[in-house]
Structure formats: C-alpha cells, structure tokens
Design a protein around this ligand. Structure first.
Ligand code: BTN
Length: 247
C-alpha cells in the first residue's frame, strides 16, 4: 500500500520557505499537504512586498503545498478564508479568547499581530493548479524589531510559557489541511459565515488608508468574493491591496 501521508520537512536555514516550496512545485514534485518548516529564514517574505522577520528557532515558519485544482482562479478568497480559519482553529487551542482575523488574513490577538499568511499561486493557463501557503506565527519570541514591536505579540507573551515550535507546526499544518478538505465538501457560505464571525473590528469604526488618504468607516463584513464591506455616509467595498489598515 502506498503511504499517502504528506511529509513534514524541517529545514535548518532557508531564504524563504515559500520560495523553497515553490521550487518543489516548479520541479514537478509537489504533493498536496507536504509542508516545509524552517528553523531560520533569512529572507522571509510578507504581504505587499514586505519583509517577514522571525528570530531563529523561536517561531513557526511554515509553507504548505496545496492542490487547488478543485477551485477556480476567480475564487481565490475561498482558499484565503479556509486557511485563515485553519489558523484560527490552531490558535484557539492555545489561546482561549480574543483571536481574530484582520482582513484579509492577519492573525490578531486583541490589537496585535500574532501571525500572518502569504499565499502564492501557480497557474497552468487558466487552471489554478497549486498554492504555496506560507504562515508565520510568533511563538516564543518576546522581543520584536522597533518598527513592529507595538503591534506584534507571541503565544509566549499571551500565555506566559514556552511552546515546542515543531509540534505546533505539525498541528498547524493539520488544522489548515482539515479546513481545505472541508472546503471541498461543504458549501462556501458556511466558511464565509465562519470567517465573518471571527472578523477583527466587525461593526466597529476603523481607520483605513487609500492612496494616502486616511478615512473612518465601520466594518460591516467581508463579501464571499473577499471584498471588505464598510459603511459610513455610504456603503463601500474594497479589494485586497486597495486599502491599508491604520492601527
Ligand atoms: C504577512 O503578514 O505579511 C505575511 C507573512 C507570511 C510569513 C510566512 S513565514 C513562512 C512563509 N515564508 C515566507 O517567506 N513568508 C511566509
């Protein structure tokens, strides 16, 4: 009988686990569920071209390969929502309260960031074949670079104890894969409702920035296509990367 258990590869040091996993995809060796975990990442990538810094051997630095053949290219938010919920399922095992998704896929504890997700896609023509799901979660780190220290937090800072980063990484991979399986079986409306139920600042007044203009508006939810829906004197909707949060 073939062993279909996806592998969990631990890398000592790598530029970016997303780059590493992408290399595997491009060399034709991708297997759904295979995960790449780094103890050190020298050129970690964040969303919007930002750098993702993570102190060596302190945190989860993980990339998971997912086969996305069952999704259409226009439905990328479905995967974002499922992965975000997988991360929430994971975090809620260790932190009982106040874990939220800051649209589109930051992992927040109160008003601070505990982790982030960077999904990179591979298309063959119009077919969305693979996704590399990169997840960084602050686990045992207690000091952050000055530019992010005000808005960053780790599990250790929340719970007051150290965690085993490798077993947490494996558990996170399982939580994310479970949500992707659910996405195959279930109606997306359920996933979308669950995503909205854990949305950071839902029904609260927030500050957003669009083309250097900061404005206040009330978060009303996220559409099934992934747009942020807000209301002030009028109803608004924003695509990813059209607006930035001002915290
Ligand atoms: C963000 O919030 O900007 C997304 C951060 C994603 C970081 C993770 S760490 C593992 C994977 N490898 C990378 O280079 N980036 C992602």
């Amino acid at each position: 009988m073939p062993d279909n258990t996806p592998s969990f590869v631990i890398l000592n040091s790598v530029d970016s686990t997303n780059n590493y996993a992408m290399g595997i995809v491009h060399s034709g060796l991708a297997v759904h569920g295979n995960a790449y975990f780094a103890l050190e990442q020298t050129e970690g990538k964040g969303r919007r071209g930002k750098v993702w810094k993570s102190t060596k051997e302190q945190n989860i630095i993980l990339s998971i390969i997912a086969n996305t053949g069952f999704l259409t290219a226009t439905h990328q938010f479905k995967l974002i929502a499922a992965v975000s919920l997988g991360c929430i399922d994971f975090l809620r095992k260790y932190v009982k309260e106040n874990i939220k998704i800051k649209w589109p896929n930051d992992l927040f504890y109160n008003d601070t960031k505990a982790g982030g997700i960077l999904i990179e896609n591979v298309f063959k023509g119009k077919v969305w074949e693979w996704a590399v799901i990169g997840i960084g979660i602050n686990v045992n780190q207690i000091e952050f670079p000055p530019d992010i220290s005000l808005h960053s937090i780790s599990l250790k800072q929340i719970e007051g104890k150290d965690f085993d980063i490798i077993s947490l990484g494996k558990h996170l991979r399982d939580c994310v894969l479970k949500r992707i399986e659910d996405l195959k079986q279930a109606n997306f409306e359920i996933t979308s409702k669950q995503y909205n139920a854990v949305l950071y600042q839902l029904n609260k007044k927030v500050k957003l920035k669009k083309k250097n203009i900061v404005f206040e508006t009330i978060v009303r939810g996220v559409s099934s296509q992934g747009q942020l829906l807000t209301k002030d004197f009028m109803e608004r909707s924003f695509d990813f990367d059209q607006v930035e949060w001002v915290l």
